[in-house]
Every structure is written in C-alpha cells, then in structure tokens.
Design a protein around this ligand. Structure first.
Ligand code: DMJ
Length: 523
C-alpha cells in the first residue's frame, strides 16, 4: 500500500484564497428565471401544484412547531429527533427544506428557515458524522440556497462545513472513509497535518469505503472549489490525495469485474473488498453523479461521460432482466449470482437513464429512453400493486412474485422520493401525461396514509390499509419527494434542466455555462 497522504492544506479560514465568484454574472448566465416565467396553464395542473405546496407548508409548519432545530420531526409523538448521522449538526430538515420553500414561494417560511441558519446553525460540533449524508443534505442544501438567493450566509456556512470534511480524504489512496469526526480538528491547518479523525463504518466489510458514499461528492465539491477559489476540494493540492478528482483515478485504475463497480472498496489498497454490485443502496448515486458531473460541466467532463456510458452498458448486459410478466427490472449481482430484487432506492435509475439517453449516440437514444420508461413503469407497478398505492422498500421477481415485497422486513415506506423522481424526469423528457397522473396517485396515497395530525409519517406495511406509522418525517421528504412532485406540476422552465442538475438530495446546483475546470484550477 501507499504511504498515508500528507497534510490537509489550506483548511484554516484565514488561509483561504479570496473568492472571485461573481454572483450577478452567474445569474445572468442562466437561460431561464429560476422560478420560471409562469405561462398560462390548465386549472387542474395548477390545483395539483397548489396541493403539493400545501403539503410542504404543513410538513414545515409542524416541524417548526414541534422540532425546530432538531434534525427531523416525529409527527406522532410531536417532538424532534436528532439521530446519529450528522455528528452533532442540527437542523437537517431546515437545511434540506430551504430550496423547496424558496421554489414554492413560501416566502415567510423561507425567511424562518434562513433566520435559523443565521442565528442557530452551529458548526462547532463534536461528533461522528456520515461524510456522505452531511455532503448531500447540508452542503448540497446550503449551496443550492446560495445559488438560488445569493445570500452570503449560505455560501459561508457551506464553505466552513466543507473544510471540516477534508480530513476524511487522508487515507493511503485518497478514497475517503465514511465517518468523520467534525469536532477534533484543532490541529488541522496548512502547517500541521490532521489525521486519525475518520473511520470506516463498523458494518462495512473489512474497513472498506462505500461506492455510493465516496462516489457522491463530486458535484458539491466542485462547487466548493468554484465558490471558494480553492482547488483543494476538487483536485489534489501539493502532494496530498485530497480532492474528488483523485477518486476517479483510483476507480479507473482498479480492475472491474465484467465492467461492473462493486459496492465496497478498501481506502488503504484501492482494491474491491467484495463483489456485490447494486444500482440501489450502496451503489446508486455513484452512477447518478457520473452523468450529472458531465452535465454540470456543460458536457466538457468527457471522462465522467465515458465512465457512465461504460458502466450503464455493463449494467444492462449483466443486471437488467425481464420478468415472466413482462416487467423490466435491475437485479443485484453477487460475484456473478443474480439476486432478483429491486430496492425502492434503485427506482431513481429510470430518471437517470432518461437523462443520459438524451445525450447518447443516435443509435442508442431511443433504446435508453425505452429502458428508462420500462423501469419507471415497473417502479409504478410496485406502487400500484400495494393496497396503499405506495411502494415497498424492496420488491422481488422470484418465487412467483412480481414487483411485490416478499419479506415482512421489506414492506415499509419511509417517504422516499426515487419513484416520483423518475416520474419528473420522464415527464420533462417525454411529456407523456401518464407521469403526471402517476405523480398525482402518489400525492393522494401520501395524503391518505402518511398524513397525520402533526406532519407526515412513514408507514410499516404498504400492503395494509390500516397502516402503522413509523413516527418519522424524514428530511428528504421536504428536500426531494415534495420538490419533485411540485415540479411535476410546474412548467419545464422552473428549475430548468438547461440550467440545473439536482444533487442526489434534489438540491439544484447550476450547470457551468463557462469553463468550470479553468476556474477551479483543475487540470
Ligand atoms: C436521500 O437521502 C437521497 O436521495 C439518497 O441518495 C438516498 N436516500 C435518501 C432518500 O431515499
């Protein structure tokens, strides 16, 4: 194995190079107003959009009343939940909700959220945090809020928090570990290396890092470099392995079984630890960030595009299957053996494949659009075949089962967004009315089974019409599920795909219509 990477440079605030980011110029570079031009539309679509807005207000108001400053609302017991994912950081729901409130023109509520960030969001915390979760929810949420509003407070908090994440990259390969202590960084500065403050998850095999975690940093970290003027987030500085570009180098070097990317990699050796491949949990957003990195670079990052194209080809060859009943699904792969199961998380892939299809070679375009539509149809079936019309955490295509959960432990629904996320992309890219119809079915089901007196709750069994609630309003319900549903009933120029890519928590980050790399100092 290689020697440990050297110091984490330029982490201290006073050594930060001045930022040259010109917010006004950025706004002028956008092709559409962020909240659209509001052309006339049919009354039904408007009513549906207003319904989703009302749901967001209800979710926010209850969080504010019972749990402001905690990470999530517990809507049955009417209190807050803190959990252990964010290392002492608080207000996950506030940060996740900011851009949705803004887009929905819930002005008063947006101001309440902003005030909390200004006055109460404390970054001087001590605790073990998930690098991935802090990145997608907090960094992503703050960056999006900044780009949408130009309010400096969001940018400053994002940069300050981003610096706290850098020590996670101090591994022999530069592949970050999954857990970072946000507090123990007193010795971390340009001149004194910071080390020993990150760990692998106890449950991840042999101290490995997880593909979907270290592969889901690129979009946010490029923006941290863009806004700070400091290349350290994007690319290694001096001889260290810091920076997300290095992750690709490691992945390009390691041999991939059948062209597939397994879920676990050793940050010490840079080799795979197990041969489990999944487009759902543990793998999912790695693939998403490849195609979105290319889009965000205004189609200049051809390395990302090639990695995406090759990965998708291998996935299609080895993992995509059709059930006896004619449903297309993406199976999981364990050292060559297929597990005929699809997780709710894997349902984001309909949207991803549609997004990529637009930019595939002429001969492949229609093929990938068809594949995307088929997967989205299968995911809709997993909803349609349940009694609540909400989909289970995982569904199977074995032992006579088709798009239904077969295990008790997989019947729950925790307000996840992936299925409606695919409806949004398919709607935007095809304008087939069924996607809006399916989204509306989901709205009705959420209202019927998940809305409780003080917010929205997940349910334990989608096949029971007297659902047992899990007493948790996940922050991604406000960041993602409600945002995607709202956008489904908007015109296409609201957060247009010409201007924005959504990070994996649905936080919009701008496409760089100028040359990103030159600005960030990336080679
Ligand atoms: C979110 O935090 C993100 O969408 C992530 O990519 C996967 N899990 C949740 C939602 O299900």
């Amino acid at each position: 194995g290689a020697e440990p990477a050297s110091a984490a440079p330029a982490a201290a605030r006073d050594t930060r190079p001045p930022s040259h980011f010109d917010y006004e110029r950025f706004r002028q570079s956008l092709r559409h107003p962020v909240r659209g031009r509001r052309p006339p539309e049919d009354p039904e679509t408007r009513t549906r959009r207003m319904k989703v807005k009302e749901m967001m207000k209800f979710a926010w108001d209850n969080y504010k009343q019972y749990a402001l400053g905690k990470n999530e609302l517990r809507p049955l017991s009417k209190n807050g939940h803190i959990g252990n994912m964010f290392g002492g950081l608080r207000g996950a729901t506030v940060v996740d909700a900011l851009d949705t409130l803004y887009i929905m023109e819930l002005e008063e509520e947006f101001q309440e959220a902003k005030k909390w960030v200004e006055k109460s969001f404390d970054l001087n915390v001590n605790g073990e945090a998930s690098l991935f979760e802090v990145n997608i929810r907090y960094i992503g949420g703050l960056l999006a809020a900044y780009y949408l509003t130009g309010e400096e407070v969001f940018k400053n908090k994002a940069l300050e928090l981003g610096e706290k994440l850098l020590p996670a990259f101090n591994t022999p390969t530069g592949i970050p570990r999954g857990v970072i202590n946000l507090g123990r960084q007193e010795t971390c500065s340009f001149f004194s290396p910071c080390s020993g403050m990150s760990w692998s998850w106890g449950w991840a095999s042999a101290g490995s890092s997880i593909l979907a975690e270290f592969g889901t940093l690129h979009l946010e970290f490029l923006h941290l470099s863009e806004l700070s003027g400091n290349p350290v987030f994007a690319e290694k500085a001096s001889s260290s392995h810091l920076g997300v570009m290095n992750i690709r180098k490691v992945l390009n070097k390691v041999e991939k079984p059948q062209g597939l990317y397994p879920n676990f990699l050793s940050p010490v050796t840079g080799n795979w630890v197990q041969h489990h491949v999944s487009i759902g949990g543990l793998g999912d957003s790695f693939y998403e960030y490849l195609i979105k990195s290319w889009l965000m670079s205004d189609k200049k990052d051809s390395e990302a595009k090639k990695m995406y194209d090759d990965a998708l080809e291998a996935i299609e060859k080895h993992l995509v299957k059709k059930s006896a009943g004619g449903l297309t699904y993406i199976a999981e792969w364990r050292g060559g053996i297929l597990d005929h199961k699809m997780g709710h998380l894997a349902c984001f892939s309909g949207g991803m494949i549609a997004l990529g299809a637009e930019h595939a070679g002429e001969e492949k375009k229609q093929h990938y659009m068809d594949l995307a539509a088929e997967i989205t149809h299968t995911c809709h079936e997993s909803y349609a075949r349940s009694d609540t019309k909400l989909g289970p955490e995982a569904f199977r295509f074995d032992a006579g089962s088709e798009a239904m959960a077969t295990r008790l432990s997989e019947r729950y629904y925790i307000l996840r967004p992936e299925v409606v996320e695919s409806y949004l992309y398919l709607w935007r890219l095809t304008h087939e009315p069924k996607y809006r119809q399916w989204g509306w079915e989901a709205v009705k089901a959420l209202e019927k089974h998940c809305r409780v007196e003080a917010g929205f709750s997940g349910i334990r069994d989608v096949y029971s019409t007297t659902p047992i609630h899990d007493n948790m309003q996940q922050s991604f319900f406000l960041a993602e599920t409600l945002k995607y549903l709202y956008l489904l009933f908007c015109e296409d120029d609201v957060l247009s795909l010409d201007d924005w890519v959504f990070n994996t928590e649905a936080h919009p980050l701008p496409i760089n219509h100028t040359n990103f790399k030159a600005k960030a100092g990336v080679q």
